[in-house]
Structures are given as C-alpha cells and as structure tokens.
Design a protein around this ligand. Structure first.
Ligand code: SF4
Ligand code: SF4
Length: 300
C-alpha cells in the first residue's frame, strides 16, 4: 500500500487526496504543485518489486507495500531534487542516448537514467544520476583525513618540543558505494538482456549542499563528481536479487513481518531514525527513537 496521508506542520494527519483537493488550514504549508509532485513521487503505481525496493531492507519494503502510512511532505522533498535533475537531463537527450526506460525481467524491474554516448566516444556508457549530501559523497569517494607532520615543533606550552601536525585529505579509503554499485549493475544486466552492450558504468553524483562550509570540511569542493562503478558478477547479482525477492514474496504471501533490516540496509540505524518512512510502524525503529529520545519520520 502506498503512503495515503500527509502529516501537517501541526502534527495532524490528512488523506493526501483531501489535502490536494482543499487544505483545511488558512494557508497551505507549501505550494499546491509541490504537494502534487510529492504525492506523485510517493505513489508510482508499480506493483512488482523494483531494483531499489529489493536493495532496501525487506522489512522496510514489506511495510511500505502492506500498510497505510503517513509522510510529512517536508521530509520527502529531497526525492523531488533528484527527480528535477533527472527531468532536466531527460529533456536533453538528443542523439545516441536512451533515458528513463523501465526494463523488467522475471525477478524485478528497474529504470536506468541514461545510456549511450554520454561521456566520451563510447556509446555503451550506463549513467546514473544521484543528488546527495556532502556526507554521503565524502563516504562514496573514500575520503578521509590524516595527520601530516609540518616539520615544525611547539616552541612553548605543555607540548613544547612535540611535532606539529596538519590535517590533509586522502581519497584512497573504502568507497561506500555498495548499494549504488548493486543498483547500477542490475540495470546493466537488464540492458544486456535487451541485447545492448554496457562498456562502462558511471555515477554522476551532485552534491546538494556543496556551497556550504560543512561540505568543504568534508573535502567536497565540486558540485558534481563522476564515480566509476566496477562490474559485479552476474551470478552474484542474480542470487542476491532472487533471494531478496523470494523472502519478500514469502512475507507478503504469509502476512509475516520480515526480520529487522540488516545493518547496512538501515544505514547502521541512521535510516531508521531520520529517513525510513515506515519507522513508526516498526518496533525496531520505535525502540531506537525511545533510546535516542527523538521523533521518527512519519510519527507526526
Ligand atoms: S497543505 Fe499542508 S497543512 Fe494543508 S492539509 Fe496539506 S499537508 Fe496539511
Ligand atoms: S525502522 Fe529501520 S529496521 Fe525498521 S523498517 Fe525502517 S529501516 Fe528497517
């Protein structure tokens, strides 16, 4: 079941359709077209589990498919940023470029962003567009800080005689892009099933807070970064998606709540606390919120 209610700024809930028809307040909390776009982004009318739904935690996907839940429009606007950037690109795909085609196989379905001659002379480039935070980008680029000796020593104080250090960025750390890599690789498989050749997979990650000081403090100085994605074995991908689709289908058939999402799937609890739209229907999310004394997304 999709999201059926909006949470108003005063915490009250309203059916999305009622909100769109007429806001009972003196003034809407945001423009009507923005609310329509939010409603549209929540209810895409796709029944089979998509690639992104299967990559997410099975419990999260199960709850989103089986309960009526409420969202605060303010909390889901980030999804519109991504859609806006996709739409801008979609409008400029003249030439040898395919865009936003939903492909389906026996396991799942997925809509790739761009395919074709998008980067160089190679017509087999699969591109994915992400609009993300400087924090996620820092992790995705494998950036970390190290202490480097300056060659100077403290001349006075408690640390007199000790060497001085400065912080320097390195970008050869572990790249936290597993979900992106799995997603793009499955789009590659879907394209290859159509007889198309994929030579390269690249993510164009746009930083949504790149003009802020916090982004600079995270070593992010550009608005856009290109992140190459390595090939993952088809056999591994097929086993992974088949297993996740099976567990989800079993849970749906038996009306049985799946196990807590795995730590990576729930972003080591950050997703539960700040982003999971069904967290207030999940005992794990509820207990986390009590422990950290913070409201959950969708709790109103
Ligand atoms: S416009 Fe905002 S305040 Fe009005 S009903 Fe919709 S969500 Fe609530
Ligand atoms: S609150 Fe956490 S564990 Fe529960 S469904 Fe959401 S992401 Fe999964």
């Amino acid at each position: 079941m999709p999201a059926t209610q909006f949470i108003c700024p005063d915490g009250r809930r309203i059916l999305i359709q009622e909100c769109l028809t007429a806001c009972p307040r003196k003034q809407r909390c945001m423009f009507l077209p923005t609310l329509r776009a939010v409603a549209n982004s929540l209810n895409r009318g796709i029944t089979e589990p998509t690639v992104t739904e299967l990559i997410a935690g099975t419990r999260e996907t199960y709850l989103k498919k089986t309960i009526n839940y409420a969202v605060n429009p303010q909390d889901v606007l980030y999804a519109l940023h991504g859609q806006a950037v996709h739409t801008i690109n979609e409008g400029h795909t003249e030439g040898n470029i395919l865009t936003e085609v939903r492909l389906t196989d026996a396991i799942t379905s997925g809509k790739f962003d761009l395919y074709g001659e998008i980067l160089d002379q190679d017509s087999g480039v699969l591109g994915d567009i992400k609009v993300t935070s400087s924090y996620k980008l820092m992790k995705a680029l494998g950036k970390y800080k190290v202490d480097v000796p300056t060659g100077e020593v403290y001349k006075t104080g408690a640390r007199k005689g000790e060497p001085k250090y400065k912080k320097e960025w390195r970008d050869d750390g572990v790249k936290a892009i597993t979900d992106w890599a799995i997603q793009l690789n499955y789009y590659r498989i879907l394209l290859e099933q159509q007889g198309l050749v994929v030579n390269k997979m690249i993510i164009q990650a746009m930083c949504r807070d790149n003009s802020l000081r916090i982004a600079n403090e995270r070593g992010i100085y550009q608005a856009i970064y290109l992140i190459p994605i390595q090939k993952i074995s088809d056999q591994w991908l097929n086993l992974y998606f088949k297993a996740k689709a099976f567990v989800l289908q079993q849970a749906l058939n038996n009306n049985r709540l799946p196990a807590i999402c795995k730590p990576r799937e729930r972003w080591y609890d950050r997703k539960c606390l700040d982003y999971c739209q069904v967290a207030s229907h999940c005992q794990y999310g509820i207990e986390l919120a009590q422990r950290y004394k913070q409201p959950l997304p969708g709790a109103g």
